[in-house]
Design a protein around this ligand. Structure first.
Ligand SMILES: C[S@@+](CC[C@H](N)C(=O)[O-])C[C@H]1O[C@@H](n2cnc3c(N)ncnc32)[C@H](O)[C@@H]1O
Length: 488
C-alpha cells in the first residue's frame, strides 16, 4: 500500500507516514475524497466507498458526509484508508473532540497529524457504546456466523467526556527529549504536554517538563489505588548507558516523592530478559482490588507486567468473571492467561481450601508476581508456561501431580481464559474442549479473535449462554467482553 501525501496541507505533506513507499507513479489517486460514512467497522473506522473501492475512514460517524484526506492507497489495494478533515453533513452524535491533539479536524487544519489512540473522541459517549455493540454483533456474525444480542456497559463514575481512566500509559520520546505520541499508523511523533485519557495522577507527574534525551520510550503506571507511580525508561538504540543512568537520575529527582523510576535495558535478542536498573524507589507497583462479593486483594505488578488499563477494569472484570464462573467450594478452575493472578485470587476464595485454582501464565515476570500474590493460598497453583502446552500436559497425564504438570487425578470444572489480543487460537481451544469442563468463561479484548475462537467452540457444541460487553476503553474503539459458554 502506498501513502498519499496531503498536499493541501504543507506540514502534513512533509511528514512521511509509516510504511510509505512514495507517491511517484500514482497521480490518478485523489488526495481528498468526499465520502459518505457507512457502518462502523472493527478497528475504529467507518466503511465508505469511492468509485466502488472500500475506503476505511477514521474520525467520521456512520451517516456523515465528510471530506477525507487519503492516508494509504494503492492502485491494486483492496481498500484505502482516509482521515476525515472536514464535516459536510454532521451526525447528531458528533461533539468537539475531547482531546485537541487527537482531533483529526483541528490537527489537519493546523498542518499536523492527530495522535492515535482516541479515534472515538468526537462521538458522544452513549453513541460510542451503541457503535461498539453494533461492531461486536457484526463481527461475531461475520466471523462466527452467530447472532448475539449485546449491550455495552460503562464503568461506574466514568466522565461523559470519556477521559481520565488510563492507569497505564506509554509515550515515545522525540530526538530532543520531549515526551510524545505517535500519529496513527505512523512514525511521526507529536509532542504532548498532557495525556487526557490518563488518570489525574499522571498529569500531576508533569513528565512533559523533563528532558528525556537518549530514551526511546517512557512507560508510566499510576495505580488506581493512589499508590505512588512507577516510571520505566527505555534507552534509544545506541544511547550511552554510562551517562544515561546518571542524567535520568538527576532529571527524575524532580518527580514527586515516592515515585519509582527504573531504566529498562532490552536484551540483545528479543527473548532475552531486559536488565532493570533501579534509579529510585521500587521496580513494581501495587494495586488493590475489591470484588462485589466482599473480598479484597492486593497485587504486586513488576515493571511492565500486564495489568488491566482502565482504573475500574480489575474490579468490574473480577465481578463479571465470578458471576459467570460461579465458583463453588471444592471445584477445580483453570485460569489461563492469568497475568499476576487477578482472577485466580478471587476464584481461589470461591473454591475454598478443598478446591484448586490453576493459574497459568507464559510471561516469567508476571508468573513470579502471581506466585507472590497467591503466596499462602494453598488452593492455588501457579504454572509458568504457554497455555496450549500446559493444556496438552493436563490431557496427556491427568493423574500426575499438579507440580509435574498433571491434574492430580482431578477434573476441571471451569476454564477461565483471558488471552491477549490475538485470542487463544485453534490448538488451545481444542484442548480446552477436550478437557470437558462444565463452563468456559472467555474474557476478551478483541471481538475478532473472540469471534474466531467462539466459532470453533460452537462447532464443538458450545453455546454462548451470556455475553456482556464492557466499555473499558472510552474514546477509543476498543472494548472488553466476558462470555459464559456452556454445552448446547
Ligand atoms: C489480557 S492479559 C490477562 C491477564 C489477567 N487475566 C488479568 O486480567 O490481569 C493476557 C496475559 O496472557 C499472557 N500470555 C500471552 N500469551 C500467552 C500464552 N500463550 N500462554 C499463557 N499466557 C500467555 C500475557 O503475558 C498476559 O499476562
Amino acid at each position: 500500500m502506498t501513502t498519499i501525501r496531503d498536499t493541501s496541507n504543507v506540514d502534513v505533506a512533509r511528514q512521511p507516514v509509516h510504511g510509505a513507499s512514495g507517491t511517484a507513479g500514482l497521480p490518478e489517486i485523489p488526495q481528498i475524497l468526499e465520502l459518505e460514512a457507512g457502518p462502523m467497522a472493527h478497528g475504529g473506522h467507518c466503511v465508505a466507498r469511492h468509485e466502488g473501492r472500500v475506503v476505511f475512514v477514521r474520525h467520521a460517524i456512520p451517516g456523515e458526509v465528510v471530506r477525507a484526506v487519503v492516508t494509504e492507497a494503492g492502485e491494486g489495494a483492496r481498500f484505502w484508508r482516509a482521515d476525515a478533515v472536514e464535516v459536510l453533513h454532521g451526525s447528531e452524535f458528533r461533539r468537539t473532540h475531547q482531546w485537541k491533539l487527537a482531533d483529526s479536524l483541528r490537527a489537519h487544519a493546523a498542518g499536523r497529524l492527530p495522535v492515535g489512540g482516541a479515534e472515538y473522541g468526537h462521538i458522544v459517549l452513549p453513541h460510542q457504546r451503541r457503535l461498539k455493540a453494533q461492531v461486536f454483533r457484526d463481527t461475531v456474525a461475520r466471523i462466527a456466523g452467530l447472532q448475539l444480542e449485546v449491550h455495552v456497559t460503562g464503568a461506574p463514575g466514568d466522565d461523559p467526556s470519556g477521559l481520565h481512566w488510563r492507569t497505564r500509559n506509554a509515550f515515545a520520546v522525540t530526538p530532543t527529549g520531549r515526551l510524545a505520541m505517535h500519529a496513527h499508523r505512523s512514525t511521526v511523533l507529536v509532542p504532548v504536554r498532557n495525556m487526557p485519557l490518563g488518570v489525574p495522577g499522571l498529569d500531576a507527574l508533569k513528565l512533559w517538563e523533563l528532558d528525556f534525551t537518549g530514551l526511546s520510550r517512557v512507560d508510566v503506571a499510576t495505580p488506581a489505588s493512589g499508590e505512588p507511580a512507577l516510571v520505566l525508561l527505555t534507552p534509544a538504540d545506541g544511547a550511552d548507558l554510562s551517562q544515561l543512568g546518571g542524567r535520568m537520575h538527576r532529571q527524575t529527582s524532580r518527580l514527586p516523592d515516592g515515585t519509582s523510576v527504573s531504566l529498562i535495558v532490552p536484551g540483545e535478542n528479543p527473548n532475552d530478559r531486559p536488565e532493570v536498573h533501579r534509579l529510585r524507589g521500587r521496580t513494581w507497583t501495587q494495586e488493590t482490588v475489591a470484588g462485589a462479593r466482599g473480598s479484597e486483594h492486593a497485587f504486586r505488578i513488576t515493571g511492565d507486567g500486564f495489568w488491566q488499563v482502565h482504573r475500574s477494569a480489575p474490579s468490574m472484570l473480577v465481578d463479571a468473571v465470578l458471576a459467570a464462573a460461579d465458583p463453588q467450594p471444592g471445584q477445580v478452575i483453570a485460569d489461563l492467561y492469568a497475568g499476576a493472578g487477578l482472577f485466580s485470587a478471587f476464584l481461589a476464595d470461591g473454591v475454598g481450601t478443598e478446591g484448586l485454582v490453576l493459574s497459568v501464565e507464559a510471561a516469567p515476570g508476571a508468573s513470579r508476581d502471581a506466585r507472590r500474590n497467591l503466596h499462602g493460598v494453598t488452593q492455588a497453583a501457579v504454572l509458568n508456561g504457554m497455555a496450549d502446552r500446559v493444556l496438552s500436559g493436563w490431557l496427556s497425564k491427568p493423574d500426575e501431580p499438579v507440580a509435574d504438570c498433571g491434574l492430580g487425578g482431578r477434573s476441571i470444572d471451569t476454564v477461565v481464559l483471558d488471552p491477549p489480543r490475538a485470542g487463544a487460537g485453534k490448538a488451545a481451544v481444542e484442548r480446552i474442549h477436550r478437557l470437558d469442563p462444565e463452563r468456559i468463561v472467555y474474557v476478551s479484548c478483541d471481538p475478532a479473535s473472540f469471534a474466531r475462537d467462539l466459532g470453533l467452540l460452537s462447532q464443538a457444541g458450545w453455546a454462548a449462554a451470556k455475553v456482556d460487553v464492557y466499555d473499558l476503553y472510552p474514546d477509543t474503539h476498543h472494548m472488553e467482553s466476558v462470555a459464559l459458554l456452556t454445552k448446547s
